[in-house]
Design a protein around this ligand. Structure first.
Ligand SMILES: CCCCCCCCCC/C=C\CCCCC/C=C/C(=O)SCCNC(=O)CCNC(=O)[C@H](O)C(C)(C)COP(=O)(O)OP(=O)(O)OC[C@H]1O[C@@H](n2cnc3c(N)ncnc32)[C@H](O)[C@@H]1OP(=O)(O)O
Ligand SMILES: Cc1cc2nc3c(=O)[nH]c(=O)nc-3n(C[C@H](O)[C@H](O)[C@H](O)COP(=O)(O)OP(=O)(O)OC[C@H]3O[C@@H](n4cnc5c(N)ncnc54)[C@H](O)[C@@H]3O)c2cc1C
Length: 664
């Protein structure tokens, strides 16, 4: 029934103040106000309509994305939206496109790696969108191995120019978003060669297309790489290819904040770590963590509301059927994902702080925390995007058959989200960076250099290697120090075992290659510890609002104990818990599920998502699912006519058996 809240009973059960939780979720009252206002603005503007995009052809979808992106930019300018409001507008527009790469990578790359003069020149154009940029790093032959890139930028002292060249097919740039059809410029990563010497990969600003008629400049071959996974979804983005044929750019278009080439062709490296050339990736990995919580929260919101609406079995005595959310199996699959969405939100907040801190330190030439910032952004990007991709797919299954319908919103969310496991660094490759960092930290234990930050726990190695968990009853698993100790001893013991096994190899690199799988497991254990510890820090801090803290505590322990259950092999094999303690954890989990159950719908309401942003018939705020499923079905082009196109050509001849006989 239209106008009726089918989930009202669920909302009445909530034991906490949802409005207060909305503020916690958003991060502050101000952030909530901005999100709330912008999401409703987008939801009511017909230009941002998106329900029809699955039926669009690639060309229509691309053009629709151009229209929305340019309209969004016009609104940002005309209404003088702040940066924060502009970002929210792009997020709620919910259609990947060139704006993401222009603002998310091109501009930050120039800010991070350009000199003052370069920033002044290029950012004044980019900030007004008089040029449109992308981030062209990956090549057909190399993505993960950035040092293996083949594109060359050879300095020509005669003309004071760099000659950009793609020497092989595999050196073609391949994948950059916005490159295929839109960008006029790119930050291109290429091997810098001066006086015959290769100085490794550096960034260059390169104009690709004419600012008059958009045609590629002579010496540049460029296009779109073709359809990607899923209908609609990420196909709104023009991921592109690019080849250079001896294409010349002025010397001052090399990004020269970190190193320089003089007029004479002399290469001058500054004393900052060369890895700062990877700085844009670190910044984006950090934002991907908060985005993971957002994508997972969308899926969980849909699955939770639908699980409260959907009923199956239990009416044997003539009563009403059971809501599927009341099945413990449903809770055991759904509530850990709900808890993960909150966990990733809080670790994302913390990571933002860490990133801001390292940025300020770098500006003051303090590079001490750079390795940790790299390890945390890489590891948490990897861990949260993998968990979110799996979580979205689990939410689809939690919605049964209807979850497979496009209008559930889940197939598209999955298709758009899943490349996050690959872009900005393949998730396995990134965990191996964490593993290297951990092995280095372990090798320095006992050297007098105390581990700091997220590896500080390793400084208590003597205790953590010997301790036995003190959990004796199920409630002990609600004791933060007992939970933390179990996760710390598991992570440390896994890292130390890897280090011991590594030391058996004469050649460390060969040992590392042999032990890759174990190293990834150790890195994941470390990252899970970070997320658990930041969630615990959150619930131990000041939290306002009736009943809010209690709910967050429940979710925090669900998150931790569910991980313990899922990775029980690690916890048992490292003797971090005993089988009896593990079974107490399962007992405690069931009790926590019962406590979350009456609050589940309110906990997803706290995300404050509009029906437009969710884009899901199953996740509608009012729970009016069935009539809307019918409405959606009737909109399908196949239902335009009662007798389908093709009836006379194929179905009728088949039924009447009067088709011409087949010839071999
Ligand atoms: C319709 C529904 C809508 C639904 C919406 C859903 C939400 C969607 C969310 C969207 C969010 C965002 C959109 C993003 C758009 C995507 C755009 C994608 C862009 C890209 O992918 S750009 C290309 C990214 N490429 C990579 O990430 C490459 C990965 N590889 C590397 O980073 C490196 O090569 C490496 C780290 C793997 C290895 O580098 P290398 O130089 O070889 O290093 P090593 O020899 O291993 O190490 C040397 C030392 O350097 C240290 N190091 C390495 N990297 C860094 C760094 N970044 N910072 C600091 N230090 C670093 C390393 O640790 C070593 O240190 P050591 O010597 O051991 O002390
Ligand atoms: C949607 C999307 C958007 C993108 N946007 C951009 C963009 O805007 N700009 C840009 O420059 N790039 C972009 N990329 C490219 C992206 O950054 C790369 O695809 C990514 O870094 C992975 O690199 P790869 O493709 O070379 O994977 P590969 O490295 O070839 O990975 C293949 C397999 O090999 C494994 N593997 C690789 N190396 C190792 C190792 N050392 N140890 C163990 N296993 C290993 C991986 O785990 C994976 O299973 C985008 C990619 C996608 C999918």
């Amino acid at each position: 029934m239209e106008g009726v809240d089918h989930l009202a009973d669920e909302r009445n059960k909530a034991e906490f103040n949802v409005d207060d939780m909305k503020i916690i979720w958003a991060g502050s009252r101000h952030a909530f106000d901005v999100s709330n206002r912008i999401s409703r603005f987008v939801a009511t503007d017909p230009v941002f309509e998106k329900s029809n995009r699955a039926l669009m052809t690639r060309k229509e979808l691309f053009k629709n994305t151009l229209k929305k992106s340019v309209y969004a930019w016009k609104i940002i300018k005309e209404l003088r939206l702040s940066d924060e409001e502009g970002i929210k507008l792009r997020i709620f527009m919910d259609q990947p496109g060139f704006l993401d790469l222009h603002w998310g990578m091109f501009v930050p790359a120039i800010k991070g790696q350009g000199t003052e003069e370069q920033q002044q020149k290029w950012l004044s154009l980019a900030n007004k969108m008089q040029i449109i940029g992308c981030y062209a790093q990956t090549e057909l032959g190399h993505g993960s191995n950035v040092q293996g890139l083949e594109t060359t930028a050879t300095f020509d002292p005669k003309t004071d120019q760099f000659i950009m060249h793609s020497p092989t097919q595999t050196s073609s740039k391949w994948w950059p978003g916005g490159l295929g059809k839109v960008s006029t410029h790119a930050v291109v990563y290429a091997r810098l060669i001066t006086n015959g010497k290769d100085h490794g990969v550096h960034g260059f600003i390169v104009q690709l297309r004419s600012l008059d008629d958009h045609s590629p400049l002579p010496g540049i071959t460029i296009g779109d790489i073709g359809m990607k996974f899923g209908n609609g979804a990420y196909n709104s983005m023009d991921n592109g290819f690019l080849m250079f044929n001896q294409f010349r750019i002025p010397r001052d278009q090399m990004l020269m904040r970190l190193s320089k080439v003089t007029r004479e062709g002399k290469y001058i490296a500054s004393d900052v770590p060369r890895q700062l050339v990877y700085g844009t990736m670190v910044s984006v990995r950090q934002t991907i963590v908060s985005k993971a919580s957002d994508a997972l929260a969308r899926a969980v919101c849909i699955a939770t509301r639908y699980s409260a609406v959907r009923r199956q079995f239990g009416s044997e005595n003539g009563g009403i059927e059971t809501q599927v959310i009341d099945y413990k199996t449903q809770q055991n699959r759904l509530f850990p994902l709900l808890a993960s969405a909150y966990a990733f939100r809080f670790v994302g907040e913390w990571l933002k702080w860490l990133y801001t801190d390292v940025t300020q330190r770098l500006e003051a030439s303090d590079f001490v925390t750079l390795p940790e910032a790299h390890a945390c952004t890489a590891g948490l990007k990897s861990m949260t995007t993998s968990a979110t991709s799996d979580g979205i797919e689990e939410c689809r299954k939690l919605c049964g058959g209807h979850g497979y319908l496009w209008c559930s919103g889940l197939p598209e969310l999955f298709a758009v989200y899943v490349p996050a496991c690959t872009y900005e660094g393949d998730n396995v490759v990134l965990q191996l960076q964490v593993a290297r960092f951990l092995m280095k930290t372990v090798s320095q234990l006992g050297s007098g250099k105390a581990p700091a930050g997220t590896t500080a726990y390793m400084g208590r190695a003597q205790h953590l290697l010997q301790c036995r968990s003190g959990v004796q009853k199920a409630e002990d698993w609600l004791n933060p120090s007992m939970v933390l100790e179990a996760f710390e001893s598991r992570a440390l013991r896994m890292a130390i075992t890897c280090a011991k096994n590594l030391s058996k190899f004469e050649n460390q690199e060969q040992g590392f290659s042999e032990l890759l799988a174990d190293l990834v497991e150790a890195a994941i254990a470390h990252c899970q510890l970070i997320v658990v510890s930041k969630f615990i820090a959150k619930i131990e801090g000041e939290i306002e609002g009736k009943g809010v803290k209690k709910q967050l505590k429940n979710l925090c322990y669900i998150y931790a104990l569910h991980l313990l259950h899922k990775h029980l092999g690690d916890f048992l094999s490292t003797n971090s818990v005993t089988p009896e303690q593990a079974s107490l954890a399962s007992h405690q989990l069931r009790s926590l599920y019962s406590q979350v159950r009456p609050n589940a719908v309110a906990l997803v309401d706290a995300f404050d998502y509009t029906d437009h942003y969710l884009g899901s018939v199953l996740g509608r705020y009012d729970g009016n699912v069935y009539p809307k499923l019918f409405e959606e079905a009737l909109k399908d082009p196949l239902n335009d006519s009662v007798v389908p196109d093709g009836y006379h050509e194929y179905i009728r001849p088949l039924i009447k058996q009067n088709f011409p006989s087949a010839k071999l």
